[in-house]
Write a protein that binds this ligand. Structure first.
Ligand code: KIV
Ligand code: ZN
Length: 420
């Protein structure tokens, strides 16, 4: 029988926000399809967006920001399709039970036309969310918006209230919060809460803050915004100084309970906080943070691969968690250590992120032990003398090449074993 998905709707958004704000689960808000798609050259077609959204649901993300419906009719249509399919499909949670479909969010500037389009796009989801924003830093208000602080405050109140009249779940972001006056931010956020926002997202839009500053800002806002302890503070960091993951973790330590991330860290300029880095930091260093996510970590590798293939954005080989070298060991001492005991040089199992095994990459630093193990994996069981011979010739080849491939090894071993 068809499942009645309305059972997964959130009955009381205020109570839900309060429970999250006081608990130790961090909601993962994935913006790969919105901020991530803003990466130069990373445009996705509707089918690709839908495929990625299904994979994000499988991965266990709590909220999918599916797009910016006012940006184009195509974006609105893609968000609508995602809301009506992925946003209505219960899924298997990390403990194996059936859980609610992800919340589907649509971004909107703080004006009625954008908010109407966002609502039109997300309303088909069981858990729809409107995410509205306006800039609050002096530089943005003066040069981009050409608005005074009072005008911005009034707009926040009016537009959050308008969004709330359409949708119970409203998130508000003061854009460029990282460079905004904290006292003004307190006023803006107080107005947003009064108007009905239950998630307050704090973006470090240009990746300018340091972990100490950003963590301090979240702490200050939670303590000073009236009603701030009962709503969800969220962190949204950009990576211009390579600090996005550190800033996100600092924000969580200061009490934020939602993090906005993208798969592989794709996004404008140097990108956003990478989902896999922040999630695995919380997972591997649980004793430090004491925080959980609902992410099914074994789906990380598959998600990363799909996003990279669909966007055409190649992952740097040394990228943490999902780079091709993240679980590879080339140096002889490291290979020897890992073969004796994995934990000597691996702080997590490759299987935890859905990779079957770590890869032994052979190169000029590799030792005899690693060569033997690799050859065994390839089905060659050599005598000690044969191995010595192959090892010597392997070193000669390795001196000339960056890595020695399986084909190189086959040629070497073939010569050795089958020579008359
Ligand atoms: O970086 C940013 O400020 C944003 C907002 C729209 C949340 O992406
Ligand atoms: Zn952003």
């Amino acid at each position: 029988p068809a499942v009645d998905v309305s059972q997964f709707a959130i009955p009381d958004i205020q109570a839900h926000a309060r429970a999250i704000a006081h608990g130790n689960t961090v909601l993962v808000f994935d913006t790969t399809l919105r901020d991530g798609e803003q990466s130069p050259g990373a445009t996705l077609n509707t089918q690709e967006k839908l495929d990625i959204a299904h994979q994000l649901a499988r991965l266990g993300v709590d909220i999918i920001e599916a797009g910016f419906p006012a940006a184009s009719p195509g974006d609105l249509e893609a968000v609508r399709l995602i809301a009506e399919t992925v946003g209505r499909k219960p899924r298997i949670g990390k403990n194996g039970d059936i859980v609610a479909p992800p919340t589907i969010a649509g971004l909107a500037r703080a004006n009625k036309a954008d908010i109407d389009k966002a609502w039109q796009a997300v309303r088909g989801a069981v858990r729809p969310r409107i995410h509205t924003f306006i800039a609050t830093s002096d530089i943005h208000m003066e040069h981009k918006l050409r608005m005074t602080r009072d005008e911005v405050l009034e707009t926040v109140g009016d537009m959050v209230q308008y969004a709330r009249s359409l949708c119970q779940d409203v998130e508000f972001s003061p854009e460029d919060a990282g460079r905004s006056d904290p006292e003004f931010l307190v006023k803006v956020l107080e107005v947003a809460i009064r108007a009905g926002a239950t998630t307050l997202n704090i973006p470090d839009t240009v990746g300018y803050t340091t972990p100490e500053e950003f963590g301090g800002l979240i702490k200050y806002l939670r303590e000073n915004v009236p009603g701030g302890k009962d709503v969800i503070f969220s962190v949204h960091c950009h990576n211009d100084l390579g600090l996005a993951t550190s800033n996100t973790l600092a924000g969580l330590r200061a009490g934020a309970r939602q993090m906005e991330v993208t798969v592989n860290g794709i996004g404008e300029r140097a990108g956003n906080t990478s989902l896999e880095e922040a999630v695995m930091a919380l997972y591997v260093r649980n004793s430090v943070y004491g925080l959980e996510t609902n992410i099914i970590t074994t789906e990380i590798h598959r998600s990363s691969d799909m996003v990279s293939r669909y966007t055409g954005m190649v992952i740097q080989p040394n990228k943490a968690i999902v780079g091709a070298n993240a679980f590879a060991h080339e140096a002889g001492i490291h290979q020897d250590g890992v073969l004796k005991h994995k934990r000597t040089y691996e702080i997590m199992d490759a299987a935890t992120i859905g990779l079957n095994q770590s890869r032994l990459v052979l190169g000029k630093h590799s030792g005899r032990h690693a060569l033997r193990r690799k050859l065994e994996e390839m089905g060659y069981h050599l005598t000690r003398e044969e191995l010595n011979e192959v090892f010597q010739r392997f070193k000669e080849v390795a001196d000339k090449k960056k890595t020695v491939t399986d084909a190189d090894l086959e040629a070497l071993v073939g010569d050795e074993i089958y020579q008359p």
